[in-house]
Design a protein around this ligand. Structure first.
Ligand code: MG
Length: 203
Protein backbone atom coordinates (compact mmCIF):
# COMPACT_ATOMS: atom_id res chain seq x y z
CA UNK A 1 0.00 0.00 0.00
CA UNK A 2 0.97 3.61 -0.32
CA UNK A 3 0.18 6.81 1.52
CA UNK A 4 -0.79 9.80 -0.57
CA UNK A 5 -0.66 13.14 1.22
CA UNK A 6 -2.21 16.36 0.04
CA UNK A 7 -0.35 19.56 0.85
CA UNK A 8 -1.72 23.11 1.01
CA UNK A 9 -5.40 22.14 1.12
CA UNK A 10 -6.56 24.62 3.78
CA UNK A 11 -6.26 28.36 3.24
CA UNK A 12 -5.53 29.00 6.93
CA UNK A 13 -2.50 26.66 6.80
CA UNK A 14 -1.26 28.11 3.49
CA UNK A 15 -1.32 31.53 5.14
CA UNK A 16 0.61 30.39 8.19
CA UNK A 17 3.31 28.87 5.95
CA UNK A 18 3.23 31.97 3.69
CA UNK A 19 2.65 29.87 0.56
CA UNK A 20 0.39 30.57 -2.42
CA UNK A 21 -2.94 28.84 -3.07
CA UNK A 22 -2.36 26.00 -5.55
CA UNK A 23 -4.45 25.72 -8.75
CA UNK A 24 -4.56 21.92 -8.54
CA UNK A 25 -4.09 19.54 -5.57
CA UNK A 26 -0.46 19.22 -4.44
CA UNK A 27 0.42 15.69 -3.46
CA UNK A 28 3.36 13.61 -2.27
CA UNK A 29 3.88 10.06 -1.04
CA UNK A 30 4.98 8.37 2.14
CA UNK A 31 6.03 4.70 2.17
CA UNK A 32 4.30 2.02 4.24
CA UNK A 33 7.24 2.15 6.67
CA UNK A 34 6.04 5.62 7.69
CA UNK A 35 2.99 4.23 9.46
CA UNK A 36 2.54 4.52 13.20
CA UNK A 37 -0.57 2.49 14.08
CA UNK A 38 -2.70 1.41 17.01
CA UNK A 39 -1.79 4.27 19.35
CA UNK A 40 1.86 3.24 19.39
CA UNK A 41 4.38 5.95 20.28
CA UNK A 42 6.06 8.14 17.70
CA UNK A 43 9.83 8.05 18.13
CA UNK A 44 11.24 11.54 17.65
CA UNK A 45 14.03 11.29 15.06
CA UNK A 46 17.48 12.62 15.94
CA UNK A 47 17.95 14.36 12.60
CA UNK A 48 15.48 17.16 13.28
CA UNK A 49 15.03 19.79 15.99
CA UNK A 50 11.66 20.90 14.70
CA UNK A 51 9.18 18.07 14.14
CA UNK A 52 5.69 19.45 13.57
CA UNK A 53 2.33 17.74 13.97
CA UNK A 54 -0.24 18.19 11.19
CA UNK A 55 -3.64 16.66 11.95
CA UNK A 56 -5.46 15.47 8.83
CA UNK A 57 -8.59 13.61 7.81
CA UNK A 58 -7.61 10.30 6.20
CA UNK A 59 -9.50 8.34 3.54
CA UNK A 60 -8.98 4.63 2.97
CA UNK A 61 -9.33 3.43 -0.64
CA UNK A 62 -11.40 0.25 -1.04
CA UNK A 63 -11.34 -0.31 -4.81
CA UNK A 64 -8.72 -0.39 -7.55
CA UNK A 65 -8.98 2.62 -9.80
CA UNK A 66 -7.30 4.76 -12.45
CA UNK A 67 -8.70 7.88 -14.15
CA UNK A 68 -11.53 8.00 -11.62
CA UNK A 69 -14.09 10.66 -12.43
CA UNK A 70 -15.17 12.93 -9.61
CA UNK A 71 -18.78 11.76 -9.87
CA UNK A 72 -17.69 8.15 -9.20
CA UNK A 73 -14.95 8.94 -6.66
CA UNK A 74 -17.24 8.36 -3.65
CA UNK A 75 -17.49 4.67 -4.62
CA UNK A 76 -13.74 4.23 -4.06
CA UNK A 77 -13.76 4.71 -0.27
CA UNK A 78 -16.05 3.85 2.58
CA UNK A 79 -13.99 4.67 5.67
CA UNK A 80 -12.76 7.93 7.15
CA UNK A 81 -10.04 8.19 9.76
CA UNK A 82 -7.80 10.78 11.32
CA UNK A 83 -4.03 10.92 11.39
CA UNK A 84 -0.92 13.00 11.74
CA UNK A 85 1.43 13.92 8.93
CA UNK A 86 4.59 14.50 10.98
CA UNK A 87 6.93 16.90 9.22
CA UNK A 88 10.53 17.84 9.90
CA UNK A 89 9.98 21.55 9.35
CA UNK A 90 13.66 22.49 9.62
CA UNK A 91 14.67 19.95 6.99
CA UNK A 92 11.73 20.88 4.80
CA UNK A 93 12.92 24.51 4.81
CA UNK A 94 16.40 23.36 3.74
CA UNK A 95 15.18 21.21 0.84
CA UNK A 96 12.75 23.93 -0.33
CA UNK A 97 15.61 26.42 -0.38
CA UNK A 98 17.64 24.13 -2.60
CA UNK A 99 14.67 22.90 -4.70
CA UNK A 100 15.38 19.31 -3.67
CA UNK A 101 12.90 16.45 -3.13
CA UNK A 102 11.28 16.68 0.29
CA UNK A 103 10.97 13.02 1.29
CA UNK A 104 13.56 13.34 4.05
CA UNK A 105 11.29 15.89 5.73
CA UNK A 106 8.05 13.98 5.22
CA UNK A 107 8.46 10.26 4.54
CA UNK A 108 10.57 9.16 7.51
CA UNK A 109 9.71 6.23 9.77
CA UNK A 110 6.66 6.69 11.92
CA UNK A 111 5.64 9.97 10.28
CA UNK A 112 2.12 8.84 9.29
CA UNK A 113 -0.04 8.23 12.35
CA UNK A 114 -3.35 6.42 11.93
CA UNK A 115 -5.56 4.38 14.22
CA UNK A 116 -9.35 4.07 14.01
CA UNK A 117 -11.53 4.47 10.95
CA UNK A 118 -15.26 5.19 10.89
CA UNK A 119 -17.68 4.04 8.20
CA UNK A 120 -18.35 6.84 5.73
CA UNK A 121 -22.09 6.46 6.26
CA UNK A 122 -21.65 7.63 9.90
CA UNK A 123 -21.39 11.12 8.44
CA UNK A 124 -24.36 13.12 7.21
CA UNK A 125 -22.13 15.36 5.12
CA UNK A 126 -18.48 14.63 4.27
CA UNK A 127 -18.07 18.32 3.49
CA UNK A 128 -18.90 19.28 7.05
CA UNK A 129 -16.78 17.19 9.39
CA UNK A 130 -15.15 18.77 12.43
CA UNK A 131 -11.81 17.45 13.58
CA UNK A 132 -9.30 18.58 16.15
CA UNK A 133 -5.96 17.88 17.76
CA UNK A 134 -5.05 18.24 21.42
CA UNK A 135 -1.46 18.41 22.65
CA UNK A 136 -1.13 17.63 26.34
CA UNK A 137 -4.90 18.18 26.68
CA UNK A 138 -4.73 21.66 25.08
CA UNK A 139 -6.54 22.28 21.79
CA UNK A 140 -3.92 23.10 19.14
CA UNK A 141 -5.65 22.47 15.81
CA UNK A 142 -9.25 22.60 14.72
CA UNK A 143 -10.56 22.05 11.20
CA UNK A 144 -13.70 21.49 9.22
CA UNK A 145 -13.72 19.73 5.86
CA UNK A 146 -15.86 22.56 4.42
CA UNK A 147 -12.62 24.58 4.37
CA UNK A 148 -10.77 22.16 2.09
CA UNK A 149 -9.69 23.77 -1.18
CA UNK A 150 -10.07 20.41 -2.92
CA UNK A 151 -12.70 17.92 -1.76
CA UNK A 152 -12.01 14.24 -1.23
CA UNK A 153 -13.65 13.43 -4.57
CA UNK A 154 -11.66 16.11 -6.42
CA UNK A 155 -8.45 14.78 -4.86
CA UNK A 156 -9.24 11.23 -5.99
CA UNK A 157 -10.03 12.40 -9.52
CA UNK A 158 -6.81 14.38 -9.74
CA UNK A 159 -4.40 11.91 -8.14
CA UNK A 160 -5.77 8.89 -10.04
CA UNK A 161 -4.78 10.49 -13.35
CA UNK A 162 -1.17 9.95 -12.36
CA UNK A 163 -1.20 7.08 -9.88
CA UNK A 164 -3.39 3.97 -9.76
CA UNK A 165 -5.23 3.78 -6.47
CA UNK A 166 -5.26 0.37 -4.82
CA UNK A 167 -7.24 -1.22 -2.02
CA UNK A 168 -5.79 -0.13 1.32
CA UNK A 169 -4.10 3.01 0.05
CA UNK A 170 -4.51 5.98 2.37
CA UNK A 171 -5.04 9.60 1.44
CA UNK A 172 -4.12 12.25 4.00
CA UNK A 173 -6.21 15.23 2.93
CA UNK A 174 -4.24 18.18 4.30
CA UNK A 175 -3.98 20.10 7.53
CA UNK A 176 -5.67 23.28 8.77
CA UNK A 177 -3.73 26.02 10.61
CA UNK A 178 -2.18 25.57 14.02
CA UNK A 179 0.69 23.22 13.16
CA UNK A 180 3.43 23.23 15.75
CA UNK A 181 6.40 21.56 17.30
CA UNK A 182 6.40 18.38 19.36
CA UNK A 183 8.82 17.53 22.15
CA UNK A 184 9.66 14.18 23.66
CA UNK A 185 7.01 13.41 26.27
CA UNK A 186 4.15 15.19 24.49
CA UNK A 187 0.85 13.38 24.10
CA UNK A 188 -1.30 14.05 21.05
CA UNK A 189 -4.98 13.13 20.80
CA UNK A 190 -7.05 13.49 17.66
CA UNK A 191 -10.81 13.78 17.46
CA UNK A 192 -13.41 13.62 14.73
CA UNK A 193 -16.36 15.49 16.22
CA UNK A 194 -16.50 14.04 19.78
CA UNK A 195 -14.87 10.70 18.89
CA UNK A 196 -11.33 10.02 20.04
CA UNK A 197 -9.61 8.67 16.91
CA UNK A 198 -6.00 8.28 18.05
CA UNK A 199 -3.57 8.94 20.84
CA UNK A 200 0.12 9.34 20.17
CA UNK A 201 2.89 9.72 22.73
CA UNK A 202 6.16 11.24 21.49
CA UNK A 203 9.15 9.25 22.74
MG1 MG B 1 0.28 17.61 5.75
Amino acid sequence: MKIICIGLNYKSHIEELKKTIPAVPVFFLKPESALTRRNRPFFHPDFSDNIHYEVELVVRINKLGKYIQKKFAHTYYDEIGLGIDFTARDIQAEVFKNALPWEISKAFDGSAVINRFLPKNCFKDLKNINFSLFKNKQLVQQGNTSDMLFSIDEIIEYVSQFITLKIGDLIFTGTPCGVGKVEIGDELEGYIEEELMFKCRVK
